[in-house]
Design a protein around this ligand. Sequence first.
Ligand code: SAM
Length: 232
Amino acid sequence: MSENTAGKLSIVATPIGNLGDITFRALWNLKECDVIYAEDTRVTLKLLNHYGLRKSVFRLDAATEAGKAKEVSERLLAGEHVAYVSDAGTPGISDPGARLVAHVRENLPGAIIDAIPGPSALTAALSVAGANMSSFVFLGFPPHKKGRQTFVRDIAKSTVPVVLYESPHRILKLLKELNSSAPKCYVTIARELTKIHEEVLTGSPAELALDLEKRKAARGEFVVIVEPTTRS
Ligand code: SAM
């Protein structure tokens, strides 16, 4: 493909719960672009409706990213302004978007790719954890089965805080695994950030497992921060 394209791809961060958490630039891009590609069109249409925006939205999720990246490149080549959004937060962070960007960079080196930064569950959790985050590692979602033991052992060995995402179905399991591998670590769970049931829980893996067990069902979305030792 030719390098001379007037097209622009905007990678737009969207709210992680509270629809008020969106930047003016994000809204401007969603308003001014020719077309939006989204991880889930239904989720994005809710956001657009909330802000009174009308725009054509096409699906580009993890399963279709490679094929749709070519489609987006063709639009860019034709000079269009394309915005990409995932369901929540920043595209590319445990979400689709990275392969799209890589494809456009490789095939259309002349295309403009704009970061439209904003919310991410990762940074929101770090901002309220109160942990020393001058250095940390982010590991995304733990594997469900194969590689999970090694994953948890690697967390136990880390000398810097480890940040990860976990689903409500496996949060209790993770705390029990941490209790076996790193019982003295200090865990922060940032749950349902920016939503009605937002809360931050802290303690040892055993304490937090007990807490969640008492509630019967651990619902919602979770960011987990594991510090190597109890804070002094
Ligand atoms: N790209 C997104 C971002 O930048 O935040 C993350 C996408 S990942 C598929 C979704 C995971 O992020 C959830 O399973 C949960 O671990 C975390 N998450 C998303 N929204 C959250 C919220 N409001 N509170 C806590 N964790 C959240």
